[in-house]
Each structure stands twice: as structure tokens, then as C-alpha cells.
Design a protein around this ligand. Structure first.
Ligand code: ZN
Length: 58
């Protein structure tokens, strides 16, 4: 199973980045890194839950 997160899906339409991982824990870790590095956003529980609600399972 692969989980995929796209910034576009949470309204960051100018970011075409797709983050994938094999577990949601890994995915969130990568997304948190990306959000901080690229968007200057530190993920909190609310943002993590919102991000998870948009994750696609492949
Ligand atoms: Zn992004």
C-alpha cells in the first residue's frame, strides 16, 4: 500500500509536490518536513488530521 499526499488537495494550489510513503506515520513525517521547508508551516494535530483526511491510498 502506498499513501500519497498532495499540497494541492489542502488548498495549496501553487505547490505541485506529491509526497508518498508506505505508512501514514512515514507520510506525515515527510509531509511535516516538506511543509516546514517549503511553506514555513509547522504541522499541529489539526493540520495533521486534515492532511490525513486528504490522503489517497494506492
Ligand atoms: Zn507543498
Amino acid at each position: 500500500m502506498t499513501f500519497e499526499f498532495r499540497c494541492e488537495h489542502v488548498g495549496v494550489t501553487d505547490c505541485k509536490s506529491a509526497t508518498t510513503a508506505e505508512t501514514t506515520d512515514d507520510l506525515i513525517a515527510k509531509v511535516a518536513e516538506h511543509a516546514l521547508a517549503e511553506h514555513g508551516v509547522e504541522l499541529n494535530d489539526t493540520l495533521i488530521n486534515y492532511a490525513l483526511s486528504t490522503v489517497i491510498e494506492k
